[in-house]
Design a protein around this ligand. Structure first.
Ligand code: PMP
Length: 385
């Protein structure tokens, strides 16, 4: 077996969700909503399942979805995209895998920003890339010129840039985007922009895609996910928007990773992307309520929380909350002894982890949040020094 996978532990998300299931604990760990999804999007997919084709759709995706992706980004992010640049994938995970397989040659340096989404490092390594790690730290998790300067070299082929950022819940500012873009331009590197959380941003009028910055159109490969946009994480319908010159090689990798994605789900996603602006504004408002409620309850229970500018996560600083225990031990004991699952941020670092922060998911019903915070309050009573 390849040791990269053979020696890898089960992901922390699966481990904590498994513990929550086995122990009957409230699951505020893994990022999935436990409330509704758009019935009309499902109805469109169901209709396509019954009345449409169930054979292989075109390798790069249904034309209606590729057009819908281009129109959607024109409306929401002011990006000018030709549907020919769009490749439909089986979730953003496949979009990451196909892009990295196609673009990285053995020995290429790849800049990754820690804390990092868990799929990045194994995929980069398996593609033969040499990771160069940038380390962000709480409470502000800011990207600075100094941290980028340590990682970018003239051998940098690509930087994976996730914004809005999982797990810190940051939406990086215009100044930070400009720094990443400038570093990429200096190294003549590509930017793999993982923007799956692009519709979950708060307290700002719009989401700034790095693809919109000057000089970025020809070097940004932008990834999206219908599963994230429509709160249906099981759908695994995603896409890649690539510069014209890169769409061809990426499509070649995609054809041997999955080749295609269920056509009926693609039809549902195409329909959903065409919903009016107000739909997406209401969706954000639907997440801002639980975010504020969770933060207030955590504050009341004596926890120190960090800002949640986007995604549906909220981070808690254990040390500042009077808990001296490391994040992994806290999560292990909280699920077993207090009945609530959370995710330790240290799991998102490949080296030199931050060990005093946990991540909670607020895409949950009011009663789930209520029960989870009550359990966290018990945990604080037990573990605070
Ligand atoms: N990138 C990031 C940053 C994510 O948070 C996720 C899902 N948690 C993905 C990629 C994977 O998306 P999908 O489920 O569409 O494969």
């Amino acid at each position: 077996m390849n040791p990269l996978f053979a020696d890898m532990p089960t992901t922390i998300f699966e481990a904590m969700s498994g513990a929550a299931r086995d122990l009957g604990a409230v699951n505020l760990g893994q990022g999935f909503p436990d409330f509704g999804w758009p019935e009309d999007v499902i109805a469109r997919a169901a209709d396509a399942l019954v009345t449409g084709s169930n054979q292989y759709p075109p390798m790069r995706g249904l034309p209606e979805l590729r057009e819908a992706v281009a129109a959607h980004y024109r409306l929401h992010q002011d990006l000018v995209i030709d549907p020919a640049q769009v490749i439909v994938t089986s979730g953003a995970t496949e979009a990451l895998a196909s892009s990295l397989l196609a673009l990285i040659e053995p020995g290429d340096e790849v800049v990754l920003i820690q804390p990092l989404y868990d799929a990045y490092l194994p995929l980069v390594l398996r593609a033969g890339g040499v990771p160069r790690l940038v380390r962000l730290t709480p409470p502000d998790w800011r990207i600075t010129e100094a941290v980028l300067a340590e990682a970018f070299t003239e051998r940098t082929k690509l930087v994976v840039f996730n914004n809005p950022h999982n797990p810190t819940a940051r939406v990086f500012g215009a100044d930070e985007l400009a720094l990443v873009a400038a570093a990429a331009l200096r190294s003549e590197a590509l930017v793999l922009a993982d923007e799956v959380w692009e519709h979950l941003f708060f307290d700002r009028p719009s989401f700034p895609s790095i693809a919109g910055l000057p000089g970025m159109a020809e070097r940004v490969i932008k990834l999206g996910s219908a599963g994230k946009i429509f709160s249906m994480t099981g759908w695994k319908v995603g896409w890649i928007v690539a510069p014209r010159a890169l769409a061809e090689p990426i499509a070649k990798a995609h054809q041997f990773v999955t080749f295609t994605t269920a056509p009926n789900l693609q039809a549902g996603a195409a329909y959903g992307l065409g919903k009016p602006l107000g739909y997406f504004e209401d969706m954000r408002a639907g997440f801002a309520g639980p975010r504020d409620a969770m933060r207030q309850k955590l504050d009341a229970a004596g926890y120190v929380t960090l800002d949640s500018e986007g995604t549906y996560f909220l981070c808690v600083d254990l040390a500042a909350s009077g808990i001296a225990m490391g994040d992994a031990e806290f999560c292990r004991r909280a699920v077993a002894e207090a009945g609530v699952a959370a995710i330790p941020l240290s799991a998102f670092y490949a080296e030199n982890p931050v060990t005093n922060v946990i991540r909670l998911c607020y895409a949950k019903k009011a009663e789930t949040i209520e029960a989870g915070i009550a359990a966290l309050a018990r945990a604080r009573e037990m573990f605070a020094g």
